[in-house]
Design a protein around this ligand. Sequence first.
Ligand code: PLP
Length: 222
Amino acid sequence: MSHCDTLARVIERIEQARLRFDAHHIVKIVAVSKYNASEDISMLYSCGQRAFGESRVQDLIQKQEELAHYPLEWHFIGRLQKNKINHLLSLRPALIHSVDSLELAKEIDKRIDTSKSYRPKVLLQVNSALEASKTGVHPDAAFETYAQIESSCPNLILSGIMSIGAHSDDTKVIEKSFLQAKHVFDSLPESAKILSLGMSNDFELAIQCGSNLIRLGSILFK
Ligand SMILES: *Cc1c(COP(=O)(O)O)cnc(C)c1O
């Protein structure tokens, strides 16, 4: 199947899931290109895809350079090491999904050069699956951490939360982690517009639980 057929089929599935949640619900696709070369990204671009996600700063640098001639929107979704913050900020990503602590938020905030008028949009990562292997704040602490970031990091545009569904074959367990994330999301102030939830194996369930941004890798780049 061509890249465009694959994308079209995924969009049809998104459409069905979206309607099960709400007829007016809009879902954004971020194509996670972390295992793919720039040529694959160009192909998806030619099918209409504009937003791409990378999980390593080094890869983002390379792909932004190679694809500089396209109007792409870059998302950062990986663990962010402190020594990479300046580099990431210089790349001006559209959204940083993986701010997983107040401490990291403060580190990013203080490195922002206020003379350059770029304030990054960021999401607080929540460990809604309560898995030790996953990073992110505990759901019970999410409300408070969100409020603390908002009040102590004036250079960040805090825009919602990101979470990764439970690693399980049991749909009920995955659903529970998504509903947990949705519950946190609903408790947040008005500034929380983005609920980044759902990947290749669980995006329909995530949308049915209210996700409005899905991060799709393997399913789009087969
Ligand atoms: C790799 C990755 C994805 C995409 O995963 P697929 O299962 O390939 O869709 C989404 N989100 C994050 C945070 C990732 O690291």
